[in-house]
Design a protein around this ligand. Structure first.
Ligand code: ATP
Ligand code: MG
Length: 370
């Protein structure tokens, strides 16, 4: 029976694409990698033409948009001995990219440490099963491996999400692992050294709005190649991402509604203008302090779509869209609500008069913004 998950891991979601790439992969490959760097690139950036697989052809879709060169650099970093650190604004697909890279390189994206203020050294290195520890002493059997331990022993990638949310002194337990590729387990009798197998590496993600990358020690920073992931600059591309994502979310939740191109464009343009602080027609806008990420734009559309599906006989309701937008924008400060209102009263008003259509309708329901 086919299993259905809310969010299947990348290696399950794209299982067919990964197998097809593997079957056709003849390029050079670092030891223990599932796919070659060339095939990893194709998996993330898409293939020019469909590829043959078990008597049929499969299209490899582009999954990460906006910076192909960055993806290539990430793959090359991972083939070397330094870790990869993806930093940037929230919602710029850092997590998504790290999952895609891990799945294509190691065949799994779930070997992950989630960094929080409460992350301890045990969670990064290893801990003990106390029942076994009491019964048998500090033997390997009693050791509970961490994702880092698993990465080193199997030669696969360990993802470290939101690494800067973890206290700096805890992060620093990675330093020796990163430089010497060995983990010390002094409790074990047999020397207790775990040497990393080829294929092991770390992908960290860090959000520059959170506690700041500056909190990382310079010793640890030096062991990573940093790549900054920026928000998508091109409105058309952002619209495409929004449409793709909303469509996939709808499919996963069995909402059978088509995605409206005009609504997607309206949301993409609104997010783009508020983020950049200037409209397409050159009107200056006071930027809200809230995060205006593509991921937020996707969720505003998806929520409106969901509302239409369950309450409004499949009709997208722009008043509801304005409410969702306003809830998304106005969560940090009161000023943001004023800024959003000002946006409606200048930019949206201008577009309503100039272009009419959906912009006019958008302007007419502006009072739904709080
Ligand atoms: N350049 C992009 N290409 C493709 N999808 C994108 C891009 N930028 C944003 N997205 C969309 O945004 C979603 C959010 O991404 P993700 O959760 O990976 O962001 P993040 O950078 O890890 O955010 P956070 O810092 O909040 O953890 C992605 O699943 C994708 O739908
Ligand atoms: Mg993330």
């Amino acid at each position: 029976m086919e299993q259905h998950f809310i969010k299947p891991p990348v290696e399950i979601k794209y299982a067919e694409e990964l197998s097809a790439l593997k079957q056709n992969d003849t390029a050079r490959k670092p030891e223990n990698w599932y796919l070659s760097p060339k095939a990893v690139r194709t998996f993330i950036l898409g293939s020019k033409s469909p590829i043959e697989y078990n008597g049929k052809t499969i299209e490899i879709k582009k999954k990460f948009f906006g910076n192909d060169a960055l993806v290539e650099r990430c793959i090359i970093t991972l083939a070397g001995s330094r870790g990869l650190m993806l930093v940037g604004e929230p919602g710029t697909a850092k997590t998504m990219l790290s999952e895609l890279l891990s799945a294509a390189i190691s065949g799994t994206s779930t070997n992950t440490v989630q960094g929080t203020a409460g992350t301890t050294e045990d969670m990064i290195k290893y801990s003990w099963n106390y029942a076994l520890l009491l019964a048998k002493g500090p033997v390997k059997e009693a050791l509970v491996p961490s994702p880092l331990y698993v990465g080193m022993s199997k030669g696969i990638i360990t993802r470290f999400e939101e690494i800067t949310r973890t206290p700096a002194e805890i992060q620093d337990s990675l330093i020796s692992v990163m430089s010497d590729k060995v983990l010390n387990i002094p409790e074990l009798d047999d020397g207790g050294l775990l040497f990393a197998k080829p294929g092991f590496n770390i992908i960290g993600t860090a959000n520059i709005r959170d506690k700041g990358v500056n909190e990382m020690s310079s010793a640890l920073k030096r062991r990573f190649n940093f790549e900054t992931v920026n928000p998508v600059k091109d409105v058309k591309l952002e619209k495409k991402i929004i449409m793709n994502e909303v469509e996939q979310n709808a499919l996963a939740n069995k909402i059978e509604m088509p995605i409206d191109v005009d609504v997607a464009e309206l949301i993409a343009v609104t997010y783009h203008e508020l983020r950049e602080g200037v409209s397409e027609t050159g009107i200056k806008i006071d930027k809200p302090s809230a995060v205006m990420s593509t991921a937020e734009a996707v969720s505003v559309y998806y929520q409106t779509l969901s509302n239409a599906w369950y309450y409004d006989e499949d009709k997208i309701n722009l008043a509801d869209l304005v409410k969702n937008l306003s809830n998304a924008v106005c969560k940090d400060t009161k000023d943001d609500a004023e800024k959003l209102k000002a946006y409606f009263n200048t930019v949206v008003k201008f577009k309503a008069e100039k272009f009419g259509g959906i912009w006019k309708e958008f302007y007419s329901v502006r009072d739904n913004a709080r």
